[in-house]
Design a protein around this ligand. Structure first.
Ligand SMILES: [Zn+2]
Ligand SMILES: [Zn+2]
Length: 176
């Protein structure tokens, strides 16, 4: 599998029991559909921070076809933009994988920080961090952001994946 931007081979690492493919050059992340499913943690009771607007309102999705290719299927990805959040993720309509640029990572975290439920999010992060210190492996560049990573993984899993049928419909409505 190659990076959709740099076209170099993606590397694989395990973060909190989730296998993730990343580009060692641009540090973009590729999540396969099954990897997102693995991220679902039944033990998580305090997911109230997920109760924010991001990826919730189907009317706010804007979708564009891209020239970047899916690492798996080698067909163009679709850029999914949400309202005025400035957050853009790239999705594959075949394998339902999600590509996240490094910059999007930061955009998502900044977006959540602006929301009033950031306090809850922060407590949530501290709780997982306590369980986590021993479990984390992988390159240092990613380890530094492992909390942000887990938060984003949850969001992708619970919110973006939940909107997947809607996104697929919007993609099929784009004029060919
Ligand atoms: Zn890259
Ligand atoms: Zn694909």
């Amino acid at each position: 599998m190659n990076c959709p931007i740099c076209e170099i081979k993606l590397k694989s690492t395990i973060l909190h029991n989730v296998e993730v493919d990343y580009c060692s050059h641009c540090l973009g992340l590729w999540f396969e559909k099954d990897e997102l499913r693995w991220a679902k943690d039944e033990k998580d009771k305090d997911l109230k921070w997920l109760d924010n607007d991001l990826w919730e309102d189907e009317k706010k999705f804007k979708i564009n076809k891209e020239i970047r290719l899916c690492p798996e299927d080698r067909i163009p990805l679709y850029e999914v933009e949400y309202g005025d959040s400035k957050i853009k993720v790239d999705v594959c309509n075949i394998c339902q994988g999600v590509w996240l640029d490094r910059g999007e990572f930061k955009h998502i975290i900044d977006y959540l920080k602006k929301k009033k439920n950031y306090e809850i999010l922060n407590n949530y992060s501290k709780n997982i961090f306590r369980e986590l210190t021993e479990i984390v492996s992988g390159p240092e560049t990613l380890q530094e952001e492992v909390l942000d990573f887990l938060i984003i993984l949850k969001l992708l899993n619970y919110k973006l994946s939940a909107q997947q049928p809607r996104i697929a419909k919007l993609i099929s409505d784009i004029p060919k």
